[in-house]
Design a binder for this molecule. Structure first.
Ligand SMILES: O=C(O)[C@@H](O)[C@@H](O)[C@H](O)[C@H](O)CO
Ligand SMILES: [Mg+2]
Length: 414
């Protein structure tokens, strides 16, 4: 629906250009750029690790052609058009495509209003956004060494991921120490998993970390979907003496009810949701307060317009936000998420895996790091742009996430 009324001057808010930019400055990113007749443009992240071209095609073939001529101010109507109009609702590809358009339109709206996005959302609710970094190492000692570096950089919160004795590889451990890229080959590499080998390792890691770092720093851990609910309850209980900030993705969350069992066994705070793409993936978890942090972030769950609904439901149920912020989410997502984080009343923490210098050059941004916090900056919009000429020098490169099998060959959860 456009607002060009007969006989009126051409609507300067009409969308006249919308395009997808695929680039690979060390890893693949997909970005939507939208421009209005008045010359205001906005960008949104559309990156889905390992499925980038599926989202790019969904946007190019089914979404962007429907945008031309629409009024960029009608963010909600456009969101509803692409959500209800898809017929085949939800799913990571659809909701990532909708998210990219949504965030680009919010970027345009804030720029047009001449204000940083957080002001448009309702203003700052805090001074800055507490973030957590990623200390990882092949052994507990190496991981603690990395954690000391993060402490020295001023981080107030640190995720700990260490190798597991007897396993060649595991989630979250890599040669890169400031960023983490798991999509390591064109076709999925295979990793072997053993819960029996893993379960005794994490309490030892946390005991060593508290010994080395003390009790001031928040310590987090990502189980990455690998335990059964009762195993997750056991790990949660084993970690209680070391007071983790959270235990993340402790079990696959399709069956939201299974978190009732975990809650019966442990008070360790639980974080879930980076793989969710709509409120329906989390509604029972939030309604029944089965989790403490919801990780679902803008790029994979329909953008600001939908994640705002998730955050409001969470606020009613004592659940705080803890947005996903891995290296494979672009600076365009990080920038927009930081504005959301600065505003949202029930903020918890923001994940901050840094990007490489190459990526930062493609995506100039206003956000800055200081003393364990990020601030989105006060530039109008979300403060992130894309250098299209530079982006074009980094062609797409096929990359897939690993898969995981148990030691007997049974397919497991990476
Ligand atoms: O908590 C996290 O950041 C992880 O779960 C991610 O590294 C995740 O593995 C990647 O985003 C997958 O692409
Ligand atoms: Mg995770």
């Amino acid at each position: 629906m456009t607002l060009d009324r007969a006989g009126s001057a051409p609507n300067k808010h009409a969308i006249v250009d919308a395009r997808v930019i695929v680039t690979c400055p060390g890893r693949n990113f997909v970005t939507v750029r939208i421009e209005t007749r008045g010359g205001v443009h906005g960008i949104g992240d559309a990156t889905l690790n390992g499925r980038e071209l599926a989202v790019a095609s969904y946007l190019t073939d089914h979404v962007l052609p429907c945008l031309i001529g629409r009024d960029a101010r009608q963010i909600e109507d456009i969101w509803q058009f692409f959500y209800r109009g898809a017929y085949w609702r939800r799913g990571p590809v659809t909701m990532t495509a909708i998210a990219a358009v949504d965030v680009a339109l919010w970027d345009i709206k804030a720029k047009t209003a001449g204000m940083p996005l957080y002001d448009l959302l309702g203003g700052a609710s805090r001074r800055g956004v507490m973030v957590y970094g990623h200390a990882n190492g092949g052994t507990i000692d190496e991981t603690i060494e990395q954690a000391r570096h993060y402490r020295a950089m001023g981080y107030k919160a640190i995720r700990l991921q260490s190798g597991v004795p007897g396993l060649a590889a595991t989630y979250g451990v890599s040669r890169d120490k400031l960023f983490y890229e798991p999509a390591d080959s064109a076709r999925p590499t295979e990793q072997v998993w053993s819960t029996a080998k893993y379960l005794p390792t994490v309490p030892k890691l946390f005991e060593a970390a508290r010994e080395a770092l003390g009790w001031e720093v928040h310590l987090l851990h990502d189980v990455h979907h690998r335990l059964t609910p009762i195993e997750a309850g056991r790990l949660g209980k084993d970690l209680e003496p070391f007071r983790p900030f959270w235990l993340e993705d402790c079990t696959p969350a399709e069956n939201q009810e299974s978190f009732r069992l975990i809650r019966q066994h442990t008070t360790t705070p639980l974080a879930v949701g980076e793989v969710f793409n709509s409120v329906w993936d989390a509604k029972q978890l939030i309604d029944e307060q089965l989790i403490d942090y919801i990780r679902t972030t803008l790029v994979h769950a329909g953008g600001i317009s939908h994640v705002r609904r998730i955050a409001h439901l969470a606020e009613l149920n004592n659940v705080r936000t803890g947005f996903h912020g891995a290296t494979d989410l672009s600076p365009a997502c990080m920038g927009a998420a930081l504005h959301f984080d600065l505003w949202v009343p029930n903020f918890g923490i923001q994940e901050y895996m840094r990007h490489t210098a190459e990526t930062d050059a493609v995506f100039p941004h206003a956000y800055t790091f200081d003393q364990g916090e990020l601030h989105p900056g006060d530039a109008p919009g979300h403060g992130v742009d894309i250098d299209e000429k530079l982006a074009a020098t980094f062609p797409y490169r096929a990359a897939s996430l690993p898969i995981s099998r148990l030691e007997d060959g049974t397919m497991s959860d990476w």
